[in-house]
Design a protein around this ligand. Structure first.
Ligand SMILES: *Cc1c(COP(=O)(O)O)cnc(C)c1O
Length: 424
């Protein structure tokens, strides 16, 4: 019996998160038991180049020796206390400095972070309605599972079963990059909107880049209507620069949610903002939020080590930018040389390769035109070549410091061979 057969008996779909099922690329999932640098090792003895990097957290590569050595030391100290620890304070100091926020609360996942940030925004403003954008994914809490991205796009389940109508009646969905749409909703629901939540660079419908005027316009609309702006930076945070991507657009949010990279590979999320808003949280204020493993000492130490490396080595970001640029150029050239319809979207080191005919890629409607069957063929071809990319069209490519110039070049060559094969 294969691992997948065993898995299917005891885990729904054989996986602990839907996109791992490889359903949209018509394959059985591959199981792994080891990772080192930018290499993954499957249980059937194959080696792959990793372009998922655990969906971002492994930005420094798997098993970096200095970090592993430190982590081994931590195991002798403490795993979890359920009581305050020194490292939580150091993490909060480091994190708030980096993200230019006053206060942060640590949680265990991005889902928890966005769910808590929204409760806080509602508690702070005394309003119920929230605005989110089509194609943006903010975790799987009830009120946010409306026209969301990532696995929910792949499986065409924009609204999950089990989400009561009552929960989503306060969720207003707008079009990404469409400021007029948002303005209209503010007029329609005057003084009822608690917050806007947005991925400042969308990463969960594939990479979709906001117009600067759009993000700045959201800021203004929130100010004019006394609503809060929440940047969900679970993907973008510390990914293309040390801290928030809002700085590229000169836009500050009122609340930020983080996850992925800040845990260095352990389960972590965080939400942060100004003292005035954050002090509404229990035990100071009336907005309740808690967690047995929140601020887990091991996760804090390992996350902090990752942040320290990123802060001390800004050249890592330059390198990732360059690699992403080279992939962008290489893939684009291959597509046009071979006459295959497709487009690369890229913001610094965040990029996606979309198959299909596009005038522009600015919103969920645009990415809907993607040819997911072509992507499935491409994915299968790349797996045969020894590369693991996101097993779905509507995701980003993730790079790490462990990738090398040589590997980037090999990737572009493999991309070419696979595209040629698709043409046949
Ligand atoms: C991954 C992600 C989440 C959810 O984080 P989990 O840790 O998977 O719960 C939320 N928002 C964004 C933008 C994400 O990319």
């Amino acid at each position: 019996m294969t691992l997948f057969d065993r898995a299917k008996k005891v885990i729904p779909g054989g996986v602990n998160s839907p996109v791992r099922a490889f359903g949209s690329v018509h394959m059985d999932p591959i199981f792994f038991n080891k990772a080192k640098g930018c290499h993954l090792y499957s249980t059937d003895g194959k080696e792959y180049i990793d372009y998922i990097c655990s969906w971002g957290p492994m930005i420094l590569g798997h098993g970096r020796e200095d970090l592993v050595k430190k982590a081994q030391g931590y195991l002798d100290e403490v795993l979890t206390l359920g009581l305050p620890s020194d490292v939580e304070v150091t993490m909060a100091e480091t994190f708030t400095r980096a993200t230019k926020t006053d206060m942060v609360r640590m949680v265990n996942s991005g889902t928890e972070a966005t769910m808590s940030a929204i409760r806080l925004a509602r508690g702070y403003t005394g309003r119920n309605k929230i605005i989110k954008f089509e194609g943006c994914y903010h975790g799987h809490s009830d009120g946010l599972l409306v026209k969301s991205g990532s696995g929910t796009l792949t499986y065409y389940a924009p609204t999950s079963l089990g989400v009561p109508q009552g929960t989503i009646q306060d969720t207003i969905v707008c079009r990404y990059n469409d400021l007029a749409d948002v303005r209209e909703k503010f007029d329609q629901f005057k003084d009822q909107i608690a917050c806007i939540i947005i991925e400042p660079i969308a990463g969960n419908m594939g990479v979709v880049i906001p117009d600067k005027e759009f993000l700045q316009g959201l800021r203004r609309l929130c100010d004019d209507n006394k609503a809060l702006l929440i940047f969900d930076e679970v993907i973008t945070g510390f990914r293309t620069r040390y801290g928030s991507v809002g700085d590229y657009f000169d836009v500050k949010a009122d609340l930020y949610t983080y996850g992925k990279i800040i845990g260095g590979g352990l389960p972590v999320g965080a939400f942060a903002g100004s003292r005035e808003i954050m002090e509404k949280l229990s035990p100071l204020g009336g907005v309740y939020q808690a967690g047995t493993l929140s601020g887990n000492p091991l996760a804090m130490k390992i996350g902090l080590d990752t942040l320290k490396v990123l802060e001390a080595h800004p050249e890592i970001y330059e390198k990732l930018d360059r690699f992403a640029y080279e992939l962008d150029q290489g893939f684009s050239k291959n597509l046009s040389d071979l006459g295959i319809p497709g487009k690369v979207t890229r913001f610094h080191s965040m990029l996606s390769l979309f198959f299909g005919e596009f005038d522009q890629i600015k919103s969920f409607d645009d990415v809907q035109k993607a040819d997911t069957e072509l992507y499935a063929k491409y994915f299968q071809g790349m797996v045969k070549e020894g590369f693991i990319m996101a097993p779905a069209q509507f995701e980003a490519i993730f790079l790490s410091d462990a990738h090398t110039e040589d590997i980037i070049e090999k990737t572009i060559q493999a991309n070419r061979r696979v595209l040629e094969d698709i043409c046949k």
